[in-house]
Design a binder for this molecule. Structure first.
Ligand code: G4P
Length: 285
């Protein structure tokens, strides 16, 4: 996450990704299920050209179940294979395997028609920082997988992980740079922790989040912080401050502390399962 996405860096990242893409049959594109729109990188479709992708909605344990379903349907309607995943939990290998089998079937048939032996699908994980790429790779590389080492000639320095018999996974994820298109997207990325806190004003993030939650998740707010959720934002912030004892010496409210609490409790899921974007209108606030 200590990456500054200046143009030179983006260019370098893009050319590295292009190199990696040449090695694989298909990609697992990780999206944060809480912000599928903001955590995507529209350039990926271009870079992939005819290569297939599977959309992996990750962190579904932190996201709203109903919204997970809506997003799944949304991507399916675009003809994409979609899976919902909590990369921190074991037991997802089979789901990934089935999905890869489905998508790779066509390519495997082509290989067979050309008289070539069937081989495992070569797969890589791509996504923006902090979306869960390493976690997913580690999970897939768990029991039942083995490092297969370099492939002579093409992949010097790259390790492949054999996942069951039918997937070879590149052990280095493809990194995508986050979107910088508009302020709302930047705010969503920072709220979920995809962009570093130091470069964004915490209070601005927290109050924006609180406003969204007042509109879309009032019951979750009420059960966590109590108070009258329908009161104006500034009054509700004060009421959270009082309830949580976020007070400075002079008895004034410690707004910075409330902001930190809100962001931490949202990111860790303590506030409940929350999705900040819905399909089609994309950003809910
Ligand atoms: P990256 O390689 O894409 O940069 O992401 P990484 O795997 O490092 O994951 C970033 C954080 O997200 C990690 O938390 C990881 O445990 C968490 N994470 C990944 N997948 C899931 C998921 O499906 N559900 C949940 N709840 N968490 C997930 P961390 O080590 O605590 O880092 P941080 O959050 O303090 O940055």
């Amino acid at each position: 996450m200590s990456i500054n996405w200046y143009p030179g860096h983006m260019k370098k990242t893009e050319s590295l990704l292009k190199e990696q893409l040449q090695l694989v049959d298909l990609v697992l594109e990780l999206l944060d299920a809480r912000i599928p729109y903001s955590s995507s990188n529209p350039k990926l479709a271009n870079l992939l050209q005819h290569k297939k992708r599977i959309v992996v909605l990750n962190k579904v344990d932190l996201a709203d179940e109903h919204m997970n379903k809506l997003w799944q349907v949304y991507f399916q309607q675009q003809g994409l294979e979609v899976i919902q995943v909590n990369a921190t939990r074991s037991g997802i290998n089979r789901l990934v395997q089935e999905s890869v089998d489905k998508v790779f079937k066509e390519k495997a048939a082509q290989l067979k028609a050309r008289g070539r032996n069937s081989r495992p699908a070569r797969v890589m994980v791509v996504g923006i920082p902090n979306v869960g790429k390493s976690t997913l790779i580690n999970q897939l590389a768990g029991k039942g997988s083995a490092k297969t080492g370099d492939k002579p000639g093409v992949t010097r320095g790259k390790q492949w992980i054999r996942v069951h018999d039918r997937i070879e996974l590149l052990d280095t994820p493809g990194i995508l740079w986050p979107k910088f298109e508009d302020a709302a997207t930047g705010i969503r990325l920072a709220q979920t922790g995809a962009i570093r806190d130091e470069i964004v004003d915490q209070q601005e993030l927290a109050w924006n989040l609180l406003q969204t939650l007042q509109t879309h998740y009032p019951l979750l707010l009420e059960s966590r912080y109590g108070g009258d959720v329908t009161q104006p934002l500034i009054d509700y912030i004060d009421s959270i401050g009082q309830a949580r004892g976020c007070l400075l010496k002079a008895g004034e409210i410690d707004y910075q502390r409330i902001a930190r609490i809100l962001l931490e409790e949202f990111r860790s899921g303590k506030l409940g399962r929350i999705t900040l974007e819905k399909p089609l209108d994309e950003v809910t606030a």
